[in-house]
Design a protein around this ligand. Structure first.
Ligand SMILES: NC(=O)c1ccc[n+]([C@@H]2O[C@H](COP(=O)([O-])OP(=O)(O)OC[C@H]3O[C@@H](n4cnc5c(N)ncnc54)[C@H](O)[C@@H]3O)[C@@H](O)[C@H]2O)c1
Ligand SMILES: N[C@@H](CCO)C(=O)O
Ligand code: NA
Length: 443
C-alpha cells in the first residue's frame, strides 16, 4: 500500500523528535501499520535549522500553507503551538481534506469544539495523543481501553515542568527560578512558561481529559486554575510532617449535578504511588466503576517521548484513514451526537467542589483561639481530621507570642470553607493571611 505522506508544520523539540523516531523505526512501523509513514515536506520559519535536522530526507519550506496546498500530502502534523497561526493552519488543513495530528493542547482545549466539528463535516481525523501527558497513551486508554466504564474521576500530574520544580525544590532545596531555567533548557517548558507555573497548561490537558472521560464538550473557560507560584516552602514541610506531598494535580470528577474541573496544588498521601512521581515525569489516575483505580506513568514531555505519541496517532491514521466514519474512534471517544449538552452535565463552579483542606493559620498564642476557630468550622458543618501546633518565628519584645496552627479537615463543599475562612480571617487573633490548600486522598 502507498506510504502515508506527511507535512510537518514546525520542527522544534517535538518535530525533530518525530523526524528522528520515524527515520530510526521506519521498518518496525511498516510492520505494524502495513505501510510506510514518510515526511514529504517540513515547514518551519527557521529553514536553516529545519534543514540541519532533516538533511535531504525531506523538502524544507518556510510557508506552512504550501504544505496544506500540496495534494500529495495526506496528513498535516501541527507542531508549532499556540492558539494563533496554529488554529488557522489546522482549520485550513481540515478544509483541504487533510487528516491532522497535533500536540497542541492549548489549541484543542480552547477551540476543540470548532476543530472537531470541522473535521467531522469534512470526514477527516484529528488526533492528539501527544497533547495530554506526552508519551503516556492516556487518550488511548480513556477513549478505548476504559470504554466500558462510567468514569468517576481522573487526577493527574500532567505538567512536567511544575513537577520538576516541586521535586527539585523539595529534594535539593533549590530556588524556584533556578529550577525553572533548567526545565526550559531541557525542553519541557512551554514557549510561555507562565502557562506551566500558573497551571494553565495542566488545565488545558485536564479539560481534554474531562471531555473524553465524561462525554462533555471541551470547556477550558470553565476550569478552575491555580499554579504553584504562591506555594510556600513551609507548607511543603508541614505537609511532609503530616504524611502528604504537594503535587500540582489536574482533576476532573463526576458529581451528580455536574463535573468538577480544576487544577491546583494538592496534598496527596505520601503512601500513594502518584505522590512519589518525581522530576518531569507525569502520571494519571483514572477511576472507573468497573475497573477500579488505574494508573498511567511515564514521560509527559520531551522530544522523543512526545514524538512517540505523535507517531502512534500516525499509525492509527495509516490503518484507518480508508475506513468509514463508523469504523473510526470518535475524537472524544463518545459519538458526536451523544456528547452531553453543556447544561446537561455542567462544569461546576469551584464553590460546589467537594474536597478536604489543609489550613495554616498564624494565630496569637492565647487561650480560647483554637475553640473559636473550630467553632466557626463546626457552624459550617466542617469537621476536623487533625490539628498540629508549631511554634512560630521569634516575636519582637512587647508583641503577643504567635504560633502556627495546621489543620486538616474532612471533605466539605468549597463554598462552606470559603465562608468559614472569611470569618476566621476577620478574628483579631488571626495574625496573617490564612493559607488553604486542597487535599485529595485518591483512594
Ligand atoms: N516540548 C514538549 O515536550 C511538548 C510536549 C507535548 C506537547 N508539546 C506541544 O507541541 C507543540 C510544539 O512544541 P515544541 O516544544 O516542539 O515547540 P518549539 O518551539 O520547540 O518548536 C516550534 C517550531 O515551530 C516553528 N514555527 C513557529 N511559527 C511557525 C510558522 N508560522 N510556520 C512554521 N513553523 C513555525 C518554530 O520555528 C519552531 O521550530 C506545542 O503545541 C507544545 O505545547 C510540546
Ligand atoms: N510544558 C509541558 C510540556 C508537555 O506538554 C510540561 O511541562 O509538561
Ligand atoms: Na499522551
Amino acid at each position: 500500500m502507498k506510504a502515508l505522506q506527511l507535512g510537518l508544520l514546525g520542527i522544534g523539540t517535538v518535530g525533530s523528535g518525530t523526524f528522528a523516531v520515524l527515520q530510526r523505526n521506519q521498518a518496525e512501523i511498516v510492520r505494524r501499520a502495513g505501510r510506510g509513514i514518510v515526511i514529504k515536506t517540513v515547514a518551519d520559519l527557521d529553514t536553516a535549522c529545519a534543514r540541519a535536522v532533516v538533511g535531504d530526507a525531506a523538502q524544507v519550506v518556510a510557508d506552512a500553507r504550501a504544505v496544506i496546498a500540496d495534494p500529495e500530502i495526506d496528513v498535516v502534523v501541527e507542531l508549532i503551538g499556540g492558539y494563533g497561526i496554529a488554529r488557522a493552519l489546522v482549520l485550513e488543513a481540515i478544509a483541504a481534506g487533510k487528516h491532522v495530528v497535533t500536540a497542541n493542547k492549548a489549541l484543542l482545549a480552547v477551540h476543540g469544539s470548532e476543530i472537531f466539528a470541522a473535521a467531522r463535516a469534512k470526514g477527516v481525523i484529528v488526533a492528539f495523543e501527544a497533547a495530554v501527558a506526552g508519551g503516556i497513551p492516556i487518550i488511548k486508554a480513556l477513549r478505548e481501553g476504559l470504554t466500558a466504564n462510567q468514569v468517576q474521576w481522573v487526577a493527574g500530574i500532567i505538567n512536567g515542568t511544575t513537577n520538576f520544580i516541586l521535586s527539585e525544590m523539595r529534594d535539593k532545596g533549590l530556588d524556584f527560578d533556578v529550577v525553572l531555567k533548567e526545565a526550559q533548557r531541557l525542553g519541557y517548558a512551554e514557549a510561555d512558561p507562565t502557562f506551566d507555573i500558573e497551571g494553565v497548561d495542566a488545565a488545558h490537558k485536564a479539560t481534554l481529559m474531562s471531555a473524553i472521560a465524561f462525554g462533555v464538550p471541551v470547556q477550558f473557560d470553565k476550569a478552575h486554575v491555580e499554579g504553584i507560584t504562591r506555594l510556600a516552602a513551609a507548607d511543603i514541610r508541614y505537609a511532609e510532617q503530616l504524611g502528604y506531598r504537594i503535587k500540582l494535580l489536574g482533576i476532573a470528577r463526576r458529581q451528580a449535578e455536574g463535573i468538577e474541573l480544576r487544577v491546583h496544588p494538592t496534598l496527596v498521601p505520601t503512601k500513594r504511588l502518584i505522590a512519589n512521581v518525581e522530576g518531569a515525569m507525569n502520571a494519571v489516575m483514572v477511576q472507573g466503576d468497573a475497573v477500579g483505580t488505574t494508573l498511567y506513568y511515564g514521560k509527559g514531555a520531551g522530544s522523543e517521548p512526545t514524538a512517540s505519541a505523535v507517531i502512534a496517532d500516525l499509525v492509527d491514521i495509516a490503518r484507518l484513514s480508508g475506513a468509514g466514519e463508523g469504523a473510526r474512534v470518535p475524537a472524544l471517544g463518545f459519538q458526536p451526537e451523544a456528547l452531553a449538552q453543556a447544561d446537561a452535565l455542567p462544569i461546576l463552579p469551584i464553590e460546589q467542589v467537594l474536597t478536604s483542606f489543609y489550613l495554616r493559620l498564624r494565630v496569637a498564642d492565647e487561650a480560647g483561639v483554637l475553640a473559636r476557630l473550630t467553632g466557626i468550622l463546626a457552624e459550617r458543618g466542617i469537621s476536623l481530621d487533625a490539628v498540629l501546633q508549631r511554634p512560630g518565628d521569634e516575636v519582637a519584645a512587647g508583641q503577643p507570642a504567635a504560633t502556627d496552627l495546621i489543620m486538616l479537615t474532612h471533605i466539605t463543599r468549597e463554598g462552606a470553607m470559603r465562608a468559614a475562612l472569611a470569618e476566621m480571617q476577620a478574628l483579631p487573633s488571626v495574625l496573617a493571611p490564612i493559607v488553604s490548600l486542597r487535599k485529595e486522598d485518591l483512594a
